[in-house]
Design a protein around this ligand. Sequence first.
Ligand code: DGY
Length: 324
Amino acid sequence: KIMRPSVYVTRPDVPAVGIDLLKEKCSVHLWTGNIAPPRDELLKGIIGKNALFCNIADKIDKDVFDAAGSNLKVVATMSVGYEHIDLEEAKKRGIKVGYTPDVLTYAVAELTVGILLATSRRLFEAHREIFTGGWTSWSPSWMCGPSIRGKTVGIVGFGRIGQETARLLKGFGVKQFLYSGRKDHPEASDIGALRLPIEEMLPQCDFVICALALTPETKHFFNEKLFNLMKPSTIFVNTSRGGVVDQDALIKALETGVIRGAGLDVMTPEPIPSNHRLLSLPNCVVIPHIGSAGIESRNDMAELTARNILTALENKPMPAELKL
Ligand code: DGY
C-alpha cells in the first residue's frame, strides 16, 4: 500500500473545493474546533505531517516547524498576507511556502469601497439612530457626510489591491487619484493616478486609503505626524493590516477632529475587545477583518491553497509560491 501524503488543515470550514481537492491525493487531518487551534493542539496536530494548510490566525514559527519534523515539505496559507509565517525558518529548512495573491484582490477592493461609503455616509451610525430614538423626523442636515464625486483619493500602497480599489472608485467620479509608495507603478497612468511623496499627498486628499502590506518597514507607518498632515475633512480607510497604523495616534486624531472619520477592516488586536476605545467613537466604522470574505474569492483561495500543497508535494512548480 502506498502511503498518501498527510496534510494538517487548521480549520474545519475551509470551502469544500479545497478540501475535496486535497482528499483526492492526501490524507487530510482537519482541526475540528470552530476557532483557531490552540497552540498545543497545533503543535500536536502538525507532528509528522507533510503539509500544512493554515491562515492568518495561525502563528507558524520555529516551534511549529520543530514539532512538525523533517517530513514537512510545504506550508500554504489561505491568505495573501504572510507575516504570520517565519519565512527565515521555512527557508532554512527547505520548506516551501504558498499564499493566495490575485484571487482575493477584487473582494478586498470591493469591501474597501463598501467601508469607505459606510464611513463617509455614516451607515452604521445612522442605523443605530433607528434604535436609540435619534430618528425623529427627516431633517435637512441630519446624518450628512461627504460624497466621493469630485474628490481627491490618495492610496498608500499602490499594489494589486490599491489599484483595483482605484479602478472600482473611478465609477464614482473621483476627480484625482494620488498614490504614494516606494516605486512608480506603470498601471497608474491607465488609472490616471499621480505619484507624490506622502507628505505632499496627504494634505490634498479627501479620502486616504491604506493598502500597505505589513513589514518591519511599514509598522506604525500611519503615525501622529501623518494624521496631522491630513485635512480635518479626511476619511481614512484601512483594509490591509492593523499594524501599519499607530492606533493610539489614530484614536487621538478621531477624538480631536484632526480627521473626520475612519473605516477599519483591520486593527490591533484582532478580535478587538468589545469595550475597546476604538469602538466607542461614533466617527469610526469597525468591521471584523472580512475584506476577502466574498464567497467566490474564499472558494478560489481554498482551491489555490490546495493546489499549492498538491504541486509542492509532487515537486512541481506551485501556482503561487513565495520566493524565500
Ligand atoms: C489576507 O489574505 O491576507 C487577508 O487578510 C485574509 O484573507
